[in-house]
Design a protein around this ligand. Structure first.
Ligand code: ZN
Length: 150
């Protein structure tokens, strides 16, 4: 996408020309976050359904559908990207290991995100901790430990 300076390595490196957003300000209007999610959905023929309850947030692979809350926060933005990661990360989509699928979907979300803030990082790690509780601890060389940062 034009006007974007997106480099990995943990720093916030997004800048839109003339937007007034400085490199040291880790903020992005939620309208831009939403636009990226909508673009990814339409480019990949994935339907997006906005729902009321946080409990129902999920990706339904067979229906090419993700069900999420309205995108008005960093947390919901990265949650949408994570759900999209279940479709668009080949590794997440093809692995039979549920914990690996979750980790790959978060890894994909982090790579594709226009901006990745400390809030996003904390939310990713919180979700990964919850999977750990329900799915159990993987081996030391598991992808989980590459994505999860304590
Ligand atoms: Zn997931």
């Amino acid at each position: 996408m034009a006007g974007m300076n997106h480099v990995t390595g943990g720093k916030i490196l997004y800048r839109r020309p003339n937007s007034g957003i400085s490199l040291s300000t880790p903020r992005l209007p939620w309208t831009e976050m939403k636009a990226q999610v909508l673009d990814l959905c339409s480019e990949n023929y994935i339907s997006l359904r906005f729902i009321k309850s946080h409990q129902e947030i999920k990706a339904i692979i067979d229906d090419c559908l993700i069900m999420v809350r309205p995108i008005r926060s960093t947390i919901m933005y990265v949650t949408c990207l994570h759900e999209l990661g279940h479709f668009l990360s080949k590794r997440s989509l093809t692995t039979k290991d549920d914990l690996a699928s979750e980790a790959y979907a978060w890894q994909w979300a982090q790579r594709i995100a226009i901006i990745w803030t400390p809030v996003a990082e904390r939310h990713k790690n919180k979700c990964l901790r919850l999977y750990l509780e329900s799915l159990g601890k993987p081996k030391a060389n598991h992808i989980f430990w590459k994505v999860y940062k304590q």
